[in-house]
Write a protein that binds this ligand. Structure first.
Ligand code: NAD
Ligand code: MG
Length: 404
C-alpha cells in the first residue's frame, strides 16, 4: 500500500535519514509535505527531489526565498510558514502518516494535531510526549491514531514486546540501553570545561545538536525513561537504564519466565525509521547487516547518577508526575540553548534544571493549556536563574565531586 507522508522537521538528522529510506521505496511512500525551520536551501533541494505538495518553513522571509527558488526551478510545491501551517500539514486529509521529527517543544502542536486527526504517527520528537504525556496518549486512543516509536530504544522495545503495544502480559521490566555519551569515562572534575563541540561529538551516533548535548548529560536517557513510561504504560520503577557503550543492543524486555528479548543492529537511525515506516512489513533501510564477530565484545555497566545528575532529575520528575516533566523539558531546552551559545558551562545545565524543579509548584494538568503554561513558566524561571548568575559553579575539588 502506498503511504502518503508529512515529514515534520525534514531538514534535520532524523528528517534526512527518513528521506534516505523513503527514496529507496518510491513504490511504497510518497511525500505530501516537508517542513523546515530556517534551512530554506536544504528544503528546496528536498522539494526538487521529492516533489511534495506543500513545504512549510518558520517565517515569511524564508518562505519568500524558498518560493522564488522553487518557482525558478519549475517546481509547483506550495510554500507556507508558521506554526499554524505545521498543524495544517500534520492533520491534512492528503497524508496518512506523519513523521514527527521536529526537535523540542515546537513539535508538540503539530504532533498532537496528527494524533487528533487519527494519523499514523512515527514519533522521534520525544519532547512532545515528555511534555504532554497522558494528554497525548489519550488523543491517540480517542482518535484511533497509531503511534510507532522511532527513537531507537523505544523502537527496539516495541519490537520485543507482544504485538499489541497496550498488552504486556508477563513483562517484568524494560531495559533502556545508553551509550553513556562522550563523557562516560572522562574525569568528572574536568566536565566543567567541556565545550559545545566536545559535547556534540557522540561516539556512536550522528545527531542534531540538542539531542547530542542531551546524550552527553544523559538527560536524553532521562527523557527516554519518561517517553517509555507513556508509550508502554509502565511505572518508572519497571524501567531500567543500562550503559552499553557499543550501542549495538538498542534495548531489552525482561519477562517473568526469565527470558530477556533484545533488538540489535548497527547504530543507524535508518533501521528504526524503516521499521516504523513499513510496519508490519520489513524493508531495506540501507543499513549494513550487523557483524557480531567483528564487534566481538559487548559491555554493560550501571549508570553513574553522580556523574549524570540530569538522568536522576528526569527520573524524579517522572515520579513527581503532574507538570514536572514538562517543566524539566522546558528548563533543559533553555539550558541546552544557553550552553550551545556558551552562556553557561556544561555542568550548569543540570543546575538550571534542578533549580526550576525545586521552585515548581506542581499540579495535575487538566488540559494542554496547563502544560503550555508550565512550559512557559519553567522557561522564564530558567532564564532568570541563568541571568542571575546563581548557576555558576565556583569550585571543583580534587576528588571530582562538585562543590555547589
Ligand atoms: P535536528 O536539529 O537535526 O533537526 C530538527 C528539525 O526540526 C529540523 O528540520 C529543523 O528545521 C526543525 N525545527 C527546529 N526548530 C523548529 C521550530 N521551532 N519549528 C519548526 N521546526 C523546527 O534534530 P534531530 O537530531 O533530527 O532530532 C529531531 C527529534 O528526533 C528530536 O526530538 C530528537 O530528540 C529525536 N531523535 C533524534 C535522534 C537522532 O539520531 N538524531 C534519535 C532519536 C530521537
Ligand atoms: Mg534514543
Amino acid at each position: 500500500m502506498n503511504k502518503r507522508l508529512t515529514l515534520l522537521g525534514s531538514t534535520g538528522s532524523i528528517g534526512e535519514s527518513t528521506l534516505d529510506v523513503v527514496a529507496r521505496h518510491p513504490d511504497r511512500f510518497a511525500v505530501h509535505a516537508l517542513t523546515a525551520h530556517r534551512n530554506g536551501d536544504k528544503l528546496v533541494a528536498q522539494c526538487l527531489r521529492f516533489r511534495p505538495e506543500v513545504a512549510v518553513v518558520g517565517d515569511a522571509d524564508t518562505a519568500a526565498r524558498v518560493e522564488a527558488q522553487l518557482k525558478a526551478a519549475g517546481c509547483n510545491t506550495q510554500v507556507a510558514y508558521g506554526p499554524d501551517a505545521l498543524v495544517q500539514v500534520a492533520q491534512s486529509a492528503q497524508c496518512d502518516t506523519v513523521v514527527a521529527a521536529i526537535v523540542g517543544a515546537a513539535g508538540l502542536a503539530p504532533t498532537l494535531a496528527a494524533a487528533r486527526a487519527g494519523k499514523r504517527i512515527l514519533l522521534a520528537n520525544k519532547e512532545a510526549l515528555v511534555m504532554s504525556g497522558g494528554i497525548f496518549m489519550d488523543a491517540v486512543r480517542d482518535h484511533d491514531a497509531t503511534l510507532l516509536p522511532v527513537d531507537s530504544e523505544h523502537n527496539a522495545i516495541f519490537q520485543c514486546l507482544p504485538r499489541d503495544i497496550a498488552e504486556h502480559g508477563g513483562v517484568t521490566k524494560i531495559i533502556l540501553t545508553a551509550s553513556g555519551g562522550p563523557f562516560r569515562t572522562r574525569e568528572p572534575a574536568t566536565l566543567v570545561d567541556v565545550t559545545p563541540e566536545q559535547a556534540c561529538k557522540h561516539p556512536n551516533w550522528v545527531m542534531g545538536r540538542k539531542i547530542s548535548v542531551d546524550s552527553a548529560t544523559m538527560m536524553n536517557k532521562g527523557l527516554e525513561v519518561i517517553e517509555a513510561h507513556w508509550l508502554f504504560s509502565l511505572p518508572g520503577e519497571r524501567i531500567e537504564v543500562l550503559i552499553h557503550p557499543q550501542s549495538v543492543i538498542h534495548s531489552l524486555v525482561s519477562y517473568a519466565d526469565g527470558s530477556v528479548l533484545a533488538q540489535l543492529g548497527n547504530p543507524d537511525m535508518r533501521t528504526p525509521i524503516a521499521h516504523a515506516l513499513a510496519f508490519p512489513d520489513r524493508v531495506d533501510s540501507g543499513v549494513a547487516q550487523l557483524d557480531l564477530a567483528q564487534i566481538a565484545t559487548l559491555q554493560f555497566e550501571k549508570p553513574d547518577y553522580a556523574r549524570f545528575p540530569c538522568l536522576a532529575l528526569a527520573m524524579q520528575a517522572l515520579a513527581a508526575g503532574g507538570v514536572a516533566s514538562a517543566a524539566l523539558n522546558a528548563a533543559n531546552e533553555v539550558a541546552v540553548d544557553a550552553f550551545l551559545e556558551r552562556r553557561i558551562g556544561f555542568m550548569e545545565i543540570g543546575r538550571v534544571v534542578q533549580s526550576v524543579l525545586d521552585g515548581l509548584s506542581n499540579r495535575t494538568p487538566s488540559g494542554l493549556a496547563d502544560v503550555l503554561d508550565a512550559d512557559a513558566d519553567a522557561r522564564r524561571a530558567a532564564r532568570e536563574f541563568i541571568a542571575g548568575g546563581a548557576h555558576i559553579i565556583l569550585t571543583t575539588d580534587r576528588t571530582g565531586s562538585i562543590d555547589r
